[in-house]
Design a protein around this ligand. Structure first.
Ligand SMILES: NC(=O)c1ccc[n+]([C@@H]2O[C@H](COP(=O)([O-])OP(=O)(O)OC[C@H]3O[C@@H](n4cnc5c(N)ncnc54)[C@H](OP(=O)(O)O)[C@@H]3O)[C@@H](O)[C@H]2O)c1
Length: 339
């Protein structure tokens, strides 16, 4: 017996912006689960900016996908066949086997999830990797303290929308966000409780930030890099802190991006602390993170939004759209029913 599945494979390595031709959807037969394995039918998969890095060769923290290889990434699914007593048929699980309908996996490689409390896709966003990234980056890496004025770029995305809200919930004196459209800016101000927000297309970021945060900032959470980082360094107070989470403005770049100008001058004169981080180094915070964020979800204090695309065929369009700002909140692709 075997299992029929569809899988997305990398077809080519793009220069600059990726296109649909860089991917290929194939139909395959996979063997049934062996001893200690489970077959998982996917409910929802994540598309994430770091996947752009996996399309290129060269040093990165996630290994490059091979041409002709089925791509991977976070997905939640339900076990439909099991030869592992700890992970029975019907269990809801988190896997690293996105970009396909069904996967046969070692039971050790999946994580069981609580069933029925929240939409399973929340484990790809607010209760998953992006949520922990926001939590660890703000509270541990940037050393956020009540009373801090916080600026976050990419503020209407999966990570950014949580950073701003976590800061507000823990007593920030101001929360400033930048995003790529008037609708996103309105959402930040009117629904997420940001004190100020701007569309970075409206002028030089340094000027827009100065107008939005005339008294300066204590903390910068960087999702974008480039001109946003340079502007934030100018706005940071003495002893300001920045958590460098990502630099999405550079991911399709074909040349190395220029660094912030006057970097050393500002670093020294203001005694700034800029620290890059990877969420994988902070998994020890997971229990604390889940407790706090589940509490905020239950009390209704946290606004969560997803941009949902339907069907495995939509996985590549969803990914390409994510890189262009087509999402508000977490971008997920729904692959099947929850039950
Ligand atoms: N360090 C870690 O461990 C870690 C973990 C997860 C994520 N990250 C990083 O965190 C950042 C956010 O990730 P996410 O999953 O939350 O994605 P996301 O923010 O939900 O989606 C990406 C967003 O980037 C924005 N964007 C695209 N091109 C841009 C540009 N040239 N300038 C400014 N903004 C641009 C778009 O929004 P607009 O409409 O606003 O342009 C888009 O919606 C990324 O840099 C990612 O690589 C790092």
């Amino acid at each position: 017996m075997s299992i029929r599945t569809r899988e997305w494979q990398l077809a080519a390595r793009p220069e600059g912006e990726p296109s649909p031709d860089d991917f290929r959807l194939v139909e395959l037969e996979r063997p049934d689960p062996g001893e200690g394995q489970v077959a998982v039918r996917m409910i929802a998969m994540s598309v994430d900016p770091y996947m752009r890095g996996r399309m290129r060769l060269g040093p990165s923290y996630a290994p490059p996908w091979e041409i002709g290889e089925t791509m991977q990434g976070g997905a939640v699914g339900r076990v439909v066949a099991s030869r592992a007593p700890d992970v029975p048929e019907g269990a809801l699980v988190l896997t690293d086997a996105a970009w396909r309908d069904v996967a046969v996996l070692d039971a050790r490689a999946v994580t069981r999830l609580p069933d029925g409390d929240v939409s399973p896709s929340y484990y790809l966003g607010v209760l998953g990797m992006p949520g922990l990234t926001a939590y660890a980056g703000l509270f541990r890496v940037a050393g956020f303290r009540a009373g801090d004025a916080v600026f976050v770029s990419g503020a209407a995305g999966a990570v950014g929308s949580l950073v701003g809200q976590f800061a507000r919930l823990r007593g920030a004196s101001a929360v400033i966000g930048s995003a790529g459209s008037p609708e996103k800016v309105r959402w930040l101000r009117e629904e997420l409780g940001f004190s100020a927000a701007f569309d970075y297309h409206d002028g030089p970021v340094a000027e827009l930030l100065r107008a939005a945060a005339p008294d300066g900032i204590d903390v910068y959470f960087d999702n974008v890099g480039g001109d946003h980082l340079e502007a934030a360094m100018a706005a940071l107070h003495v002893h300001g802190r920045a958590a460098l989470c990502g630099a999405i403005s550079t991911y399709n770049a074909t040349e190395p991006p220029p660094g912030p100008r006057n970097f050393s001058g500002l670093m020294v004169a203001k005694r700034l602390r800029l620290e890059g981080f990877l969420v994988g180094d902070h998994v020890d915070l997971r229990t604390e993170f889940l407790e706090n964020v589940t509490g905020w979800l239950r009390s209704g204090d946290l606004v969560v939004r997803e941009t949902v695309r339907e069907g495995l065929e939509q996985a590549v369009p969803a990914f390409l759209d994510l890189l262009r700002g087509g999402n508000t909140g977490k971008m997920v692709v729904r692959l099947g029913p929850d039950a």
